[in-house]
Design a protein around this ligand. Structure first.
Ligand SMILES: [Zn+2]
Length: 237
């Protein structure tokens, strides 16, 4: 354990400054212990009471999404959802305690940045975090985003928090997509502020929750039936 390891929980909670975050990401690439811990936290979200069968995204669609991400950095590997095999592994007691605290703060954070008008006390008792993902940026950009799928009563909601989005020209917009099987669905528009930060809270009313990819593209028009523009961020969830 070195001095950077203690930043893991703040990293996962996204409470680090940008400099700290980059510093920690550099550390993470070289620290198996932090990678493992992060993986276990990911497992926790997978172990939540929600069953969804993984659906293979057809190769062409997947290829289209990841074609613009030629070298997904090594650090992206640990954000993919763990296998079922690993999720049966027993968590150590320390990890469990950490993870429980982490989960509570994640949910709280989600509702802090969501646009819901609900009282947080009520919302937190009714929602479940189904899955989350750190989206991998296209090479050459420093953009980053965290996506979370939350079950709010009987409705699924996608929460997405993006930072460092490059400024667009006036006729462009950032479109969020979720992909279920071979079908992409527009899932809100990110409207970044002047510092490139933006959030989206989007109900997924017609989806059964079998989708496995979240992406952000630059489009000329909102809510097309399929992505046409450049993909800037993408990740499995
Ligand atoms: Zn470490």
């Amino acid at each position: 354990m070195n001095k950077s390891c203690h930043m893991l929980i703040d990293y996962f909670n996204r409470t680090l400054t940008e400099d700290e975050m980059r510093q920690f990401e550099d550390h993470l690439i070289e620290c198996p212990s932090c990678q493992e811990e992060l993986m276990e936290w990911e497992m926790l979200t997978e172990n939540l009471p929600y069953e969804s069968e993984a659906v293979e995204v057809p190769i062409d669609l997947k290829a289209r999404i990841f074609a613009s991400l030629p070298d997904i950095p090594a650090k992206a590997e640990f954000v993919t959802m763990p296998t079922k095999e690993k999720s049966r592994r027993r968590m150590g007691p320390v990890t469990t305690v950490l993870a429980a605290g982490l989960f509570a703060s994640l949910v709280a954070n989600a509702f802090l940045f969501s646009e819901t008008q609900k009282e947080p006390e009520i919302a937190q008792s009714e929602i479940q975090l189904i899955g989350q993902s750190i989206l991998a940026p296209q090479e050459g950009t420093s953009a980053s985003a965290v996506a979370m799928l939350i079950a709010d009563g009987d409705q699924n909601v996608l929460l997405l928090d993006a930072t460092d989005l490059p400024t667009l020209s006036k006729d462009e917009l950032y479109q969020v997509w979720v992909i279920e099987g071979d079908q992409p669905y527009p899932a809100g528009i990110v409207q970044p502020n002047e510092t490139g930060t933006g959030t989206v809270s989007h109900p997924l009313t017609n989806l059964s929750g079998t989708w496995d990819t979240v992406a952000i593209t630059i489009e000329k028009e909102p809510n097309l039936s399929a992505p046409e523009g450049q993909i800037i961020l993408a990740g499995g969830i």
